[in-house]
Design a protein around this ligand. Structure first.
Ligand code: GDP
Length: 425
């Protein structure tokens, strides 16, 4: 069976932890989109890890980790990440990289930085990992596919062509040093050497695996609201964050994805700019940020403090719907244990009218939260393994939100560890 683990919100929902946990029973874990711009934090027997490129299943001996064709592949980051986990005594994972994945080049990172500089205050809050320039090149059909690294003639010709094109922008728009074809070729040759041991025809591999009845997990990055089509455009990421894209970014038929586990956080957090209706500020936000996640809500890649807010039923219901959710994994619930009362955003007021439908960006910017206050449970729920053993107000919070979402909450995460999970039928 193929299952997808994806986010309902703005990212950082705890997908890494849920994937790591589900990977125990999986044979193959596939990253199908995104790049090294976001990170997953995983806590397990080997310690605490921030992964940016490797799928969250790399800590098990029995799994194969795959970088699908939909990923923005940063080869040095991948190799460093493999190195860094092996150094900490994790057995060397089995890793396969799609021959159709495209490569993040060092000039993509430069262009990302230059563009942020040029836009100054009007920037999109890029992590400067080269992701947006990478995907632009992919769709402009001037990217480098892994398979092309093994065609020397093509590389020679393409290196010259790419430099000509990029140098126009470097010279006239950004006023920065120009690219040299020989340096670009050298970079490509290095990448060829580094990636060669992992290259695979991934869609063929997965086709055979599915015939053999293997358990496959597709691991998404970020969440529904960062999807370029269905999210808060233009404050979105550059590749689709939806389970549907898992079929394309891994190279499998869409009907093979039978379970879509949408990870939804018990409160809200977001990074970067963009409308965030249930956002809170000041001390209230600092307190939640400090207690949030595992050691505070700060970016796994950037260390940036995350923006904080109450649970947003409007955004999360939409986020779950657009993913095609079969199961909701409700995470970081333990964090809310300090509150006497918990506000929840149940509607948006736009131009004097209240709606529960998530609007397009222009309207979203005008939305004000309609809050409802639920009683807190005011105790630590970590360590509880049975739903019935949760405090009554905690169960009421879950059931209230489940009702608003319209999708079943079957997994509840009450701590960062692999075993901090409550299954609910
Ligand atoms: P991802 O990008 O969706 O994988 O999310 P991140 O890894 O950026 O953020 C999740 C953070 O919350 C990590 O630090 C996790 O260790 C932590 N985490 C995940 N689930 C839980 C939970 O149920 N409770 C607590 N307290 N922390 C959690």
């Amino acid at each position: 069976m193929v299952r997808a683990v994806v986010g309902a919100n703005w990212g950082d929902e705890g997908k890494g932890k849920i994937t790591d946990m589900l990977a125990k029973e999986a044979d193959i874990i596939v990253r199908f989109q995104g790049g090294a711009n976001a990170g997953h934090t995983i806590v397990n027997d080997y310690g605490k890890f921030a992964l940016h490129t490797l799928p969250s299943g790399v800590f098990y001996n029995h799994t194969t980790s795959i970088i699908g064709n939909g990923v923005a592949l940063n080869i040095p980051v991948l190799c460093e990440e493999i190195q860094s986990i092996v150094e900490r005594d994790v057995p060397k994972p089995k890793i396969l990289v799609s021959d159709r994945a495209q490569i993040v080049m060092s000039y993509h990172v430069l262009f990302d930085t230059y563009e942020e500089e040029r836009l100054a205050g009007k920037s999109f809050g890029s992590t400067k990992s080269g992701i947006a320039p990478f995907y632009s090149d992919k769709y402009a059909k001037i990217g480098f596919q892994v398979s092309e690294l093994f065609d020397e003639e093509l590389l020679q010709e393409k290196a010259v062509r790419i430099c000509e094109q990029k140098n126009v922008l470097l010279e006239h728009l950004y006023h920065k040093p120009l690219l040299k074809p020989e340096e670009l070729l050298k970079e490509l040759h290095e990448y060829r050497e580094m990636i060669a041991p992992y290259v695979c025809d991934v869609s063929a591999y997965l086709y055979e695996a599915m015939k053999e009845g293997k358990e496959i997990l597709l691991e998404g990055q970020l969440g529904s609201l960062k999807d370029p089509d269905h999210g808060i455009y233009p404050m979105v990421t550059s590749s689709s964050t939806l389970a549907a894209y898992g079929a394309i970014g891994a190279g499998i038929p869409p009907y093979e994805i039978q379970k879509i586990i949408t990870v939804c956080k018990a409160y809200s957090s977001a990074v970067g700019a963009g409308a965030f209706v249930s956002e809170i500020f000041g001390e209230e936000a600092d307190e939640l940020r400090k207690r949030g996640g595992d050691g505070g809500e700060f970016g796994a890649t950037t260390g940036r403090p995350r923006r904080m807010g109450w649970f947003d039923c409007v955004a999360s219901r939409y986020g779950c719907r657009i993913q095609g959710t079969t199961d909701v994994a409700f995470t970081v619930l333990d964090v809310l244990g300090y509150l006497e009362e918990i506000p929840v955003c149940v509607g948006y007021e736009i131009d004097g009218e209240v709606t529960t439908e998530f609007p397009t960006t222009a309207k979203l910017q005008k939305a004000k939260p309609v809050l409802e206050i639920l009683p807190g449970w005011n105790c630590d729920i970590r360590g509880i393994r049975k739903y019935e053993e949760l405090p009554e107000n905690c169960r009421k919070y879950i059931e209230y939100i489940e009702g608003k979402l319209g999708f079943p909450i079957t997994l509840i995460s009450n701590g960062p560890g692999r075993d901090d999970i409550i299954y609910r039928a």
